[in-house]
Design a protein around this ligand. Structure first.
Ligand SMILES: [Zn+2]
Length: 321
């Protein structure tokens, strides 16, 4: 695998695209730094999306010292061997070859990856050596495995830790399985738990916040636990046990040098972040030497990750490997 050459400090310019369900963001990247970036609302039709992405790339990289050598595209969907496996919220049908579809608009090599993988690559750039497993926790749960600075996606989805099975008798997951990590601990699940506690009247703090008319989220559950709400604390502790079991599976399958927990809810100064670390210390394999780190990712991580992926794939293609 090629090194994470985008950090090499040379002048190669790569265009990065973060193609999400609401926004399309594009950046010109060189030496691991964003030179220029742009953001537009995602058009509804596919034809408009292709034209918009191409126009944004050309405008963002115009008037730079040199044209971009490649384009890295992080996409909200499953990507297998450079082709979209599933991306229904963007309107793509399975098997869409986006690089081929963009070619009439954009005469550059295009390399495609999942947007969470792009984000994880960007997050992991500070650990260029060894195996890094990144676990992201936002509305859903995802992740990626990065070896010596390069994404190791298997056929496409390796590192999608949201679908590690924790409880075979648990609730149904969107992937078709049951009891996946994502249905047990995601931001969406914790928000639903907070709403249920408020509606049942078993949490005064959550009930009061619900009366304000605002939709409750996972942070409200944390605040309730922090204030001494035993029901909220119990739900979060169960979630921490589930997440720790997921970390154990990551160690069993990858034995990485480090696991990076990415997400604001996982920082050590939050109730949930502390509970995860306490549970992990209790159940980690006695032989495990994997370090636990955390980052709060910024919106540039996905762009930097897409750029590094494109540059490593382009460099590998040039060298014939
Ligand atoms: Zn699942």
């Amino acid at each position: 695998m090629a090194e994470l050459a985008v950090d090499g400090g040379h002048d190669t310019i790569v265009a990065a695209v973060d193609w999400g369900g609401t926004w399309i963001r594009v950046a010109a990247v060189s030496g691991g730094r964003i030179l220029r970036k742009d953001r537009r609302a995602k058009p509804s039709s596919l034809a408009e999306q292709y034209a918009t992405v191409a126009d944004m790339v050309l405008r963002t990289t115009s008037h730079l010292a040199q044209p971009p050598t490649a384009v890295g595209v992080g996409l909200a969907g499953v990507v297998q061997e450079g082709v979209v496996g599933t991306a229904h919220n963007l309107g793509f049908t399975d098997g869409t070859d986006i690089a081929a579809a963009l070619r009439p608009h954009l005469p550059l090599p295009v390399y495609l990856l999942n947007d969470v993988q792009a984000q994880a690559l960007g997050v992991a750039a500070r650990w260029p050596h060894g195996t890094t497993a990144v676990l992201t926790m936002g509305t859903g749960v995802g992740g990626a495995v990065i070896k010596d600075g390069s994404l190791d996606p298997g056929l496409g989805g390796a590192g999608d830790f949201g679908h590690v099975v924790i409880d075979v008798d648990g609730p149904r997951c969107g992937c078709g399985g049951t009891g996946c990590l994502e249905v047990l601990v995601s931001g969406r699940t914790l928000a639903e738990a907070a709403t249920a506690l408020a509606e049942a009247g078993s949490s005064p703090l959550l009930a009061e916040r619900a009366r304000s008319g605002r939709a409750l989220h996972a942070g409200d559950l944390q605040d309730a636990a922090q204030e001494g709400d035993s029901r909220a604390a119990e739900i979060l502790d169960r979630s921490a046990i589930a997440l720790s079991a997921g970390l154990r599976t990551i160690v069993a399958t990858h034995d990485p040098h480090r696991i990076v927990l990415a997400g604001a809810r996982l920082t050590p100064d939050t109730w949930f972040g502390r509970a995860v670390r306490t549970r992990w210390d209790l159940i980690r394999p006695h032989w495990a030497r994997t370090e636990l780190h955390h980052v709060v990712e910024d919106e540039d991580a996905a762009l930097l990750g897409a750029a590094s992926y494109a540059l490593s794939k382009f460099t590998a293609a040039q060298s014939g490997s």
